[in-house]
Structures are given as C-alpha cells and as structure tokens.
Design a protein around this ligand. Structure first.
Ligand SMILES: [Fe+2]
Length: 171
C-alpha cells in the first residue's frame, strides 16, 4: 500500500494523481484509517478471529463492470459503520479526506487489509489496470449505510467522527 496526497492534475480518476507527498501510517491512524499487510490465509483467519470480523460480500471489477456503478463508487460519501476491506487480487485507488479536507490517495493491492472508520469521507476507483477483487468484512451483520456528501454533513455518525478528529481521540 502507498498513501500520498492526491494531485488534481485533470487526468482520469484511474490514473495515479501522485503528488509524491507521502502520508505516513501515523497520519493515517490519526484520522482513524488503519492498514495491515496480510501475507497468508492463516494470518487473515487469525485477524478475523481476534477482531471478530465476518466476511460479507465480495466484488470483482474488470473492464466489463458497469460504468455507472463505478461513477457511484467515486462519488464522495461516508458509511454509518466501519468498513473493513481486503484486496484479494488486482489493485485500486481508495481516496480518503484528511482532517483539513484534502484528498489522500491509497493505492491498494492484493494482501492489503484496510479499515475505514465510520464517518470518514471517501471514494473508490479501479486503476487503469481495471482489475480488482476484494471482500468486505464487518464485526456484525449491520449494513454499511451509504450517505453522500453534502447530505452527510448533518449526519450523526459524521458529527461523531469530526468530534473524534478534533479532540484527537485514538480510534
Ligand atoms: Fe464506501
């Protein structure tokens, strides 16, 4: 995984937009985003056991995938519950907003397990390779609850997230 500030360069969303301004793990953790590199199936099983993660839906995206759906994935939104996503194959870009509302681009590849806190603004696009497979996990069977921006600015979960960031609460 590589995390960097997103460069608005007018190119396709599927291109890197790489500013070379790297974002550290510590900075990501400070906004509630966590990442674990998973190397083996048993490591994934152990993580699921420890954190009580259960597999939910899997998604496979290639060049035949519905374009309107891809556009929806790239519309900025929050979830009302934590999102745990494991990349099983291919690669993708997950953009998250930092505390100053700037985009951070996460280039995720196979073996990356990412935890997006409830309330963080984010969006997704496959890379130019147009191939990614991932599985979502959750601690229970609650749904993600998608709320687009700007409606999300009045959302209770978003307000809790903002107050955590403001008060430097450790996620
Ligand atoms: Fe999402």
């Amino acid at each position: 995984m590589r995390a960097y500030y997103y460069l608005e360069d007018g190119t396709s969303k599927c291109l890197p937009h790489d500013s070379n301004d790297i974002v550290t793990s510590e900075s990501l953790i400070s906004i509630g985003f966590h990442h674990i590199s998973v190397f083996t199936k048993s490591q994934l099983e152990e993580l699921c056991f420890i954190h009580k993660y259960v597999p939910r839906e899997s998604i496979s995206i290639d060049s035949s995938f519905d374009k309107d759906q891809l556009d929806r994935f790239f519309k900025e939104h929050i979830h009302e519950n934590e999102e745990v996503r494991f990349i099983t194959a291919g690669e993708g870009y997950f953009d998250i907003r930092d505390a100053n509302d700037k985009w951070i681009r996460i280039h995720a590849t196979a073996g990356d397990l990412m935890i997006f806190p409830a309330g963080i603004y984010h969006r997704f696009t496959p890379t130019n390779l147009m191939y990614i497979e991932s599985t979502r996990f959750s601690k229970d069977y609650s749904e993600l609850g998608v709320v687009p921006r700007p409606i999300a600015s009045d959302n209770k979960v978003r307000k809790i997230y903002e107050s955590k960031i403001k008060n430097h609460v450790i996620f």
